[in-house]
Design a protein around this ligand. Structure first.
Ligand code: NAD
Length: 291
């Protein structure tokens, strides 16, 4: 299987910047495309904060940091993705936007380029249908935070060829990830279990079962989870949790996926989680990776 030499990452928010860190760290040239110079700047800051944190904690040498940074190119045009072997999209969770993006990239990228979506809930099959290259579209659901979490859920559209699927698997292995294959269904494996559980925890908080700290401590020490639910929701972002919950609720018509009222209230207040400096917890500084 040919190794991937250059990757395009579209969107440099929470996930896109995390995925770009993973690809650059794996020695792959990484072209990150955002919608504006301002968004490029924000994504860049997230990446710098992550690598600076690594140097501060002694996990990365200053030379390695410079090497990683040297693999990045930050761009605002589709045409800059022309020579990528793989393009990973991590833009808003919106099917039309993702279809439109793949359709545009189909005119720019060579035929062998694989298009990967990091969607949490949307149909890879529908995206493939709008892409102009349906046999070369694959779902790769990275977990958040992508630089730290090992798992990637690999899912194929009805139209995905065996060759493209295996190339996506080899790409995931090149990144050092552990891959599981899932059907192209809403939420794949992780979010199908996680979202109702998180919503149950939020409903329990609304009902006064315990404080944020009580519930998180019970989940960590009683269930052995590495993070409390509210700690995790602050990492994910309340706005993203709302979108993902609603998307699953619309698809599956199961009330356990419906986001509880507290989620909307927190979004209205701007308490989006770590990225806003405040969510269920308060943080000294806003930042996705807590750096
Ligand atoms: N946040 C999570 O925990 C998580 C986990 C796994 C997967 N996902 C999925 O990853 C995707 C991105 O989520 P996120 O949390 O990073 O969102 P985010 O809001 O943090 O970032 C999205 C970024 O995409 C950019 N963008 C939007 N349209 C674009 C376009 N056409 N071209 C280039 N850039 C564009 C925006 O400017 C923004 O910076 C979604 O599909 C989401 O479901 C999220």
């Amino acid at each position: 299987m040919t190794t991937v030499r250059r990757v395009g990452v579209v969107g440099a928010g929470t996930m896109g910047s995390g995925i770009a860190i993973v690809t650059a760290r794996a020695g792959i040239e990484t072209v990150v495309r955002e919608v504006s110079p301002e968004r490029v700047q924000e994504g860049r800051k997230r990446v710098e904060a992550f690598f600076d944190g690594g140097v501060k904690r002694g996990k990365l040498s200053p030379t390695e940091k410079d090497e990683h940074h040297g693999r990045f190119r930050w761009v605002t045009q589709d045409s800059d993705l022309a020579e990528c072997d793989v393009v990973v999209e991590a833009i808003w969770e919106n099917l039309d936007a993702k279809k439109e993006l793949f359709g545009r990239l189909n005119d720019v990228c060579p035929p062998e380029t694989i298009f990967v979506s990091n969607t949490s809930t949307l149909s890879i099959t529908a995206m493939a249908a709008g892409s102009g290259r349906p046999d070369r579209v694959v779902g790769m659901h990275f977990c958040n935070p992508a630089p730290l979490m090992k798992l990637v859920e690999l899912s194929r559209a009805l139209q995905t060829s065996d060759e493209a699927f295996e190339r996506a698997r080899a790409f995931g292995e090149q990144l050092g990830k552990v891959l599981v294959s899932t059907k192209d269904t809403p939420g794949f494996i992780v979010n199908l279990f996680l979202i109702p559980f998180e919503n149950d925890c939020i409903r329990a908080l609304e009902a006064g079962l315990g404080t944020v700290e009580d519930i998180d401590t019970a989940i960590k020490l009683g269930l052995g989870y590495p993070m409390g639910t509210f700690e995790l929701l602050d990492v994910v972002g309340l706005d993203i949790h709302y979108e993902v919950s609603m998307s699953l609720y619309r698809e599956l018509h199961d009330h356990r996926f419906a986001p509880p009222p507290l989620v909307s209230k927190m979004i209205e207040a701007g308490y989006l989680g770590r990225k806003a400096g405040r969510g269920f917890y308060t943080y000294e500084a806003a930042g996705v990776f807590g750096a």
